[in-house]
Design a protein around this ligand. Structure first.
Ligand SMILES: O=c1ccn([C@H]2C[C@H](O)[C@@H](COP(=O)(O)OP(=O)(O)OP(=O)(O)O)O2)c(=O)[nH]1
Ligand SMILES: [Mg+2]
Length: 148
């Protein structure tokens, strides 16, 4: 990657910071909730939370949207589809499918850091249909086949 990720803030998010790496070695940059007012997530609720950003990834890169472990551990707040996949040709606002798996209601505030985004290189192989796959010792064994 040319070490540049193009990010455009939506018109209603110009007051929010750009996503940031919060430590020198952070793998993910934190994303902010672009909600107008407080959003209440009751236990079991699923809500789509906008982040106020649109991005342009280079070809053969993806962004993964992942939960923050502190929110998960302390409040049961996570992303339903983790890791969310952001395609390099997506130009819409990145949104978060948030779910409350905890026992208490959780309030999402404007500008709160509610998820993180990791950028990865991907491989897109040519897809070829075949009649036979190579033989292996494992063959069809799986799901604890080698012992638990
Ligand atoms: O947590 C997510 C997941 C996806 N997206 C956006 C970016 C992504 O490029 C697009 C499509 O996501 P995905 O491929 O996971 O969803 P789909 O159900 O397969 O929709 P589509 O048919 O549009 O690909 O939706 C988000 O903003 N947040
Ligand atoms: Mg898709």
């Amino acid at each position: 990657m040319s070490e540049v990720l193009k990010i455009k803030r939506t018109e209603d998010a110009k007051d929010l910071p750009l996503p940031q790496y919060m430590s020198e070695g952070a793998a993910g940059m934190d994303l902010y909730a672009n909600v107008k007012e407080d959003v209440v997530l009751k236990p079991g609720d699923i809500k789509l939370i906008p982040t106020g950003i649109k991005i342009e990834l280079p070809k053969n890169y993806e962004a993964q949207i992942r939960p923050r472990s502190g929110l998960a551990l302390n409040y049961g707040i996570t992303l339903l589809n983790t890791p969310g996949t952001i395609d390099s040709d997506y130009r819409g606002e990145i949104k978060l499918i948030m779910i409350n798996l905890g026992k208490e209601e959780f309030i999402i505030k404007r500008g709160q850091r509610v998820a993180q985004m990791v950028i990865n290189q991907i491989t897109r192989p040519k897809i070829v249909e075949v009649d036979n796959l190579s033989e292996t010792e494992r063959d069809v064994g799986g799901f604890g086949h080698t012992g638990i």
